[in-house]
Design a protein around this ligand. Structure first.
Ligand code: MN
Length: 257
């Protein structure tokens, strides 16, 4: 197994593990760049506090589409906190059977999120798109200025033509180990250029060996993804680092963008 040092987990819910602080410390000690996504802006303060002084862990400001039906009014708080971070998520749309009823409200909230990012600029946004790839891309196209903002489609399950459209729009894709166990998802991943990929765990919502996966488990994902693409794991790991550097550069407001 390759070293975890310098690997990337671009979508992990560190605040949903039994010991949040320990989960942050473990990612930090392992040297895994971890994007700690949140599901409600009320979680921002604690996530920010625990990651403010870490080298490798960053917090993202989220309002999860699956929570919008009960927490839509928190969008005002979300907007107030946005200047504190360059990372946004988890946000997006979920048109699965359990959340379909709130889809119109989800669309209103997601549009507000994207318009706020447009106004601010410099944001990297990790986006959920379950059964809603087309609607997500339509929203991004309509509401997000992509000159200094970038979308990372997390656990993308749309079609190949939707993925091609997302690539044309400049989107990145974060890929987890569970996707690589699916033949359909693996076939889609093979159509993506390596330059647009990042790795993620989406822990604790994915499992490895019967327990929730953690940021250090991206080592296995790098291994499997490298195998799928026919690359040495260390080459793929360094490509992921290049991609993280590039997505930051593309959204760097100080670069004269
Ligand atoms: Mn998630």
């Amino acid at each position: 197994m390759i070293s975890t040092n310098g690997l990337i987990d671009f979508h992990c819910h560190l605040d949903l593990y039994p010991d949040h602080a320990a989960a942050v410390r473990q990612a930090e000690a392992a040297g895994v760049f971890t994007l700690a996504v949140t599901t409600t802006p009320k979680a921002w303060a604690r996530n920010h506090e625990l990651t403010r002084d870490t080298r490798h862990v960053r917090a993202a400001l989220g309002l999860h589409p699956q929570l919008v039906s009960s927490r839509a009014d928190e969008i005002a708080l979300w907007e107030t906190l946005l200047p504190q971070t360059r990372y946004v998520g988890e946000v997006g749309l979920d048109a699965g059977p359990r959340f379909y009823k709130s889809l119109d409200l989800q669309k209103d909230i997601f549009a507000r999120v994207l318009r706020a990012c447009t106004k601010a600029g410099g944001k990297i946004i990790t986006v959920h798109s379950v059964r809603a790839a087309k609607a997500v891309l339509d929203h991004v196209e309509e509401h997000l200025q992509q000159r200094t903002n970038r979308v990372v489609l997390h656990w993308f399950t749309g079609s190949k033509s939707e993925a091609a459209r997302a690539l044309d729009m400049g989107c990145y894709f974060s890929i987890n180990g569970t996707m690589l166990h699916s033949e359909k998802a693996s076939a889609l991943v093979r159509t993506l250029p390596v330059e647009r990929m990042l790795t993620e765990t989406d822990g604790p919502f994915t499992e490895i060996a019967g327990r929730p996966s953690r940021p250090v488990d991206v080592a296995g994902t790098v291994q499997s993804l490298a195998e799928l693409l026919g690359l040495p794991p260390t080459t793929l790991a360094s490509a992921m680092r290049d991609n993280l550097r590039r997505v930051r550069h593309e959204t760097d407001l100080r670069e004269g963008n």
